[in-house]
Write a new protein. Structure first.
Lengths: 802, 221
């Protein structure tokens, strides 16, 4: 019997190529999107789960609110790890990691940069799975001078030589390490990404007992990872015991008094949740995480698309009912029961779904590289063979076949033979279920169009927002510190070029890689909060185009400016100097008991952090070091760069010349949003395409069903536009109804998305109008084409066939 | 074989009953070849559908081989129909996407007849109807007469006790029509009970008995 069902199904599909074409293309697009998004999501949720003990590992994080400043840091104080291990038996092992920025190493008289470096406790290797492929694989980091490196780094420094036992020197820190082991690269789905890991044993800061400075990523291996909340509940006690006394010493207030006004605490975060909860991105997270919201958005889009394709299937099948009705009648007269007909129709939908699934897999294989590029992933085709993917695919096929084919199967098989065989039967044009489903499709389509408009508007807003500084035409050479003493000479040489307007010496830039410095601020002996510090020179404000509101810039004329500062408006407000901060003083919390600072200038707030965050208090100090920031005034960038590089080489620097453009770094800050925006718009386009294919099919049936009516109307003198209006009216009404639901829903959801941005657009009425216009326009194009064809038929033809 | 007692069937139109069958009583013996005549709308098709249990009625009693059809559940009625009755349509109603062979085989599939037995039965009937050479053709490749031949073969494949034919030659020319009627006659002689609805006196003459319908009642027996 199954063979006969299949045969029938195959012939039916071949005979109704139009309808099944729409169904299969729609389903394959839906399934392909589902698979791609599933691969994406699985990859995202797999972060850090490859460690054998991943379920039992937590990270200690620090959250506080001090002086109105919200702090959340992925790093904690040096003694936290050892203390927790000592105090609590449920902590099996504590392992710390201290990341060092901008490492440079020398081997064989050659300098190397551009790798990630950290000190790790030897226990780190017990907690995490680092695959040692060469060297000491029992305890490679026991020796304080030991270092382990990854395969790639080993090849980079030593080529084919055996790296074990070789010495790497780090001149900037005055240290030498001996390679004891080579490890495999960290996988892509790890929040670690290091090339060189040195033993913490040789790092003095690690032995510090300070509970005031946070710099250490601290991981705990627990007896039972599920019970981490119990341990977390005991952490305030530890803070009281250890941090309390030091707070009094540091800021002169008792810990309980300090806690009255402020909140501080240590918290635990399961290892596998780190990637999807990027709360700590700005303060010490090792790798940018993924906002879990995007996973929900994409998951929803995939499911929507599948639903839309299923709805097409259902709608077209029921709309085609009058064609199938005769067959149902005959088969029933020939002795078929309803059950057998249901099976037959389900066989059809199964066959169609399986064809669609095969097509979908082909699509995934074809478009995976493109998707990888868009999403910034390196997903492999082989990933498709994962057990969970295979299972889900099969599950999807069954689900879709039943969802799409189930309703039509029961609907069609319930026809009474007498009615349908008398050929008086015509499935009524008005099916409230079908209309409901069309409305549902357009709720999703219109909602997605609205979402895309909002995302693009927000992106454009960020691009064009007045940032308070000029991001264009600024070249950043962070490596300029390599010039050492010769920096001034290099600077003067470059300044001779008329295409260079000005050069500032600073390592602090508002976008892209930058030095970060924060310090506590006291006012009248009382601790206020931490503020960001920028170490700059007198050319900084003009070079970046900052707006000096009052006071003056730093200047060589005034001699030693060491204790003079320029602050931003937020800092002025925070310090209570609303009207005129110029001439006021405050104290910077330093190791040696504080430094009195005199405010000489006030700059307008500028966005020195991403627009996701509010502007925070900032202090500019006259303490130039590090990189160079060059303002240029030419569009002819390549020859200018060639000239600067030329100068660079004259100074005989071993490192190659490297630079960034500030505007590019700025754009990169929003890369995630941009990528997600692009992906969203592509899936939106596909979803609408599938919905419109369904609409096209429905209009085709409507036109067929009403061919006689159209003929009669034309004979009676109706014009083609009137006929088109007649055919389109019903659908347009449905689309308009869908707006009523799509727009409030879309508004609500997009508000949620926008909340992530401290600086954001408002959703305006014209966006709804535009979304409505686009949706209607696309739908009208779809309907209009078919309607026009139907309306143009010579009425004699259509009436003669009756 | 069939006993219809005071059958009424009506539809409501504008609050009034319009009778399709009006106090119709009819007795049909096993082995009869009954022709039902009457103008369009006289109730021929309705009567056939009622006899076939494809359509219900509003009042009256219907016994099929002693079984009280009016008291049975739909499922049971369908199974009696499937076991005993072959239906032949004016418009042939072959399944377009199936070949001649598959069309004839379909009722056997629904009766869950074994593959080998199916093959034998279909081969027999193809042979009997002289359409072996056409077995792999699709309906649209056949003439009207040939299509109806397939329709009849398909109705006969389950070896029904009763054949109901609703204007079986309505779409055929007179030569084809005569051939079909001769076939009916032969089948009747082999013992199959046949009820046909027809417009044609000529066709009716093949039957052993003729009734005339007018407005849902028998006007001449």
């Amino acid at each position: 019997m199954l063979r006969n069902y299949l045969k029938s199904a195959r012939r039916t599909i071949l005979k109704n190529k139009g309808v099944y074409g729409i169904n299969i293309i729609g389903l394959s697009l839906g399934l392909a999107s589902c698979l791609l998004i599933l691969l994406f999501i699985l990859d995202e949720v797999s972060y850090d789960s490859y460690h054998q003990k991943s379920e039992d590992i937590v990270r200690v994080v620090f959250k506080a609110e001090i002086g109105g400043e919200e702090i959340s840091e992925a790093v904690v104080m040096p003694p936290v790890g050892p203390t927790l291990e000592k105090e609590f038996p449920e902590v099996l092992t504590a392992a710390r990691l201290r990341k060092m920025n901008n490492p440079k190493l020398t081997y064989n008289n050659k300098n190397y940069g551009d790798f990630e470096f950290a000190y790790i406790d030897p226990e780190f290797l017990e907690v995490f799975d680092l695959k040692i492929i060469k060297g000491n694989n029992t305890n490679p980091l026991e020796n304080p001078k030991a270092v382990i490196i990854t395969e790639k780094q080993a090849e980079r420094y030593f080529g084919t030589e055996n790296p074990i036992g070789k010495n790497l020197s780090f001149e900037q820190w005055d240290k030498q390490f001996t390679v004891t082991a080579v490890i495999e690269e960290f996988p892509e789905n790890s929040h670690f990404e290091f090339g060189v890991l040195a033993s913490m044993e040789g790092y003095d800061y690690a032995k510090s007992t300070s509970w005031v400075n946070s710099d250490f990523h601290t991981y705990l291996l627990l007896k039972d990872g599920e019970q981490y909340k119990n341990l977390e509940a005991k952490l305030p006690g530890i803070m009281d015991k250890y941090m309390g006394p030091q707070i009094r010493e540091a800021i002169g207030v008792s810990y309980s008094e300090f806690k009255d006004k402020n909140q501080v605490g240590l918290f635990l975060q399961p290892l596998t949740e780190i990637h999807l909860n990027p709360d700590f991105v700005s303060s010490g997270d090792l790798k940018p995480g993924m906002d879990i919201k995007y996973l929900y958005i994409f998951g929803a889009v995939a499911i929507f698309m599948l639903f839309i394709a299923c709805i097409n299937f259902m709608n077209l099948a029921t709309a085609a009912a009058s064609k199938r009705a005769k067959e149902v009648g005959i088969r029933k007269v020939l002795g078929s029961g309803q059950k057998q007909l249901v099976k037959q129709f389900l066989t059809e939908s199964f066959l169609a779904t399986i064809i669609a699934a095969l097509l979908a897999i082909l699509l995934v294989v074809l478009f995976l590289p493109t998707f990888n590029q868009l999403a910034g992933k390196s997903l492999q085709i082989i990933d498709l063979l994962q057990f969970s993917i295979v299972l889900t695919t099969m599950g999807l096929i069954v689900f879709v076949a039943f969802l799409a084919g189930g309703y039509p199967a029961f609907f069609l098989s319930s026809f009474k033979p007498v009615q349908v065989l008398k050929s008086r039967f015509a499935s009524s044009g008005k099916s409230s279920l079908r209309n409901g489903l069309v409305v549902f499709q357009f709720i999703i389509s219109a909602g997605l169009i609205l979402a895309t408009i909002v995302v693009y508007q927000q992106m454009a807003f960020i691009q064009n927002k007045d940032l308070g500084y000029h991001k264009d035409h600024i070249l950043v050479i962070r490596e300029a510190h390599l010039l050492g003493e010769q920096r001034e000479a290099f600077k003067n040489q470059v300044l001779k070029d008329p295409r260079v307007t000005s050069i500032s010496n600073s390592s602090f830039v508002p976008a892209g890689p930058t030095d970060i410095s924060m310090s506590g601020v006291l006012l009248g002996g009382e601790y206020q909060r931490r503020m960001f510090i920028y170490n700059v020179d007198e050319a900084y404000i003009p070079t970046l185009g900052l707006d000096l509101v009052s006071g003056r810039n730093f200047s060589k004329e005034f001699g030693a400016e060491r204790n003079r500062v320029v602050i931003n408006e937020t800092a002025a407000r925070s310090l209570g100097f609303h009207k005129d901060p110029i001439g006021k003083t405050f104290t910077l919390d330093t190791e040696d008991g504080g430094r009195e600072l005199n405010i000489i200038g006030l700059v307008k707030d500028f966005h020195f952090k991403s627009l996701h965050r509010e502007i925070e208090p900032l202090i500019l100090m006259n303490n130039p070091y590090g990189g160079l920031i060059i303002r240029i005034n030419t569009a002819d960038i390549s020859t200018l760069l060639a000239n600067i590089e030329n100068q660079w080489q004259k100074f005989n620097i071993k490192e190659p010349f490297s630079y960034t453009f500030l505007d590019e770094s700025f754009n990169r800050t929003y890369l995630r949003e941009q990528k997600m925006g692009t992906i969203l718009s592509i899936f939106t386009g596909l979803t609408i395409f599938v919905a419109c294919m369904g609409l096209f099919g429905l209009v085709t049936f409507a036109a067929e069903r009403r061919v006689r009516e159209i003929g009669i109307r034309k004979v009676l003198g109706s014009s083609i536009p009137e006929i088109i209006a007649l055919l389109s009216r019903d659908f347009i009404r449905l689309i308009l109804i869908s707006f009523l639901i799509a727009f409030p829903l879309g508004y609500f959801l997009m508000e949620q998305w926008l909340e992530d941005f401290a600086y954001r657009i408002e959703i305006k009425w014209w966006m709804f109008l535009l979304a409505a216009f686009l949706t209607t326009f696309i739908a009208l194009m779809t309907i209009g084409f078919k309607s026009f064809k139907a309306a143009s038929v010579n009425p004699i033809k259509s009436l003669r066939t009756e | 074989m069939i006993q219809l007692d005071h059958i009424y069937k009506w539809v409501k139109s504008g609050g009034r009953r319009v009778f399709l069958l009006n106090d119709l009583s009819l007795h049909i013996e096993k082995g009869e070849f009954l022709s039902i005549m009457g103008t369009s709308g006289s109730g021929k098709s309705t009567l056939l559908n009622v006899v076939a249990m494809l359509d219900g009625f509003d009042e009256g009693e219907y016994y099929f081989e002693g079984e009280a059809i009016h008291d049975l559940k739909a499922k049971k009625r369908t199974s009696i129909f499937n076991e005993n009755i072959g239906f032949i349509f004016q418009a042939y109603h072959l399944l377009d996407e199936l070949t001649v062979y598959e069309n004839i085989e379909t009722p056997l599939l629904y009766k869950k007849v074994k593959s080998s037995e199916r093959k034998a039965l279909v081969a027999d009937i193809l042979d009997k109807f002289n359409i072996v050479g056409k077995k792999d053709l699709f309906p649209h490749q056949l003439s009207g007469g040939q299509q109806q031949l397939v329709g009849i073969a398909r109705a006969l494949i389950i070896k029904p006790k009763l054949i109901l034919a609703d204007e079986p030659t309505g779409n055929l020319n007179s030569t084809q029509s005569d051939e079909i009627m001769k076939l009916f006659k032969e089948l009747n002689e082999e013992g199959v009970t046949i009820i046909q609805a027809t417009h044609s006196e000529n066709n009716a003459a093949y039957g052993s008995r003729t009734i005339k319908l007018l407005d849902g009642s028998i006007s001449k027996n």
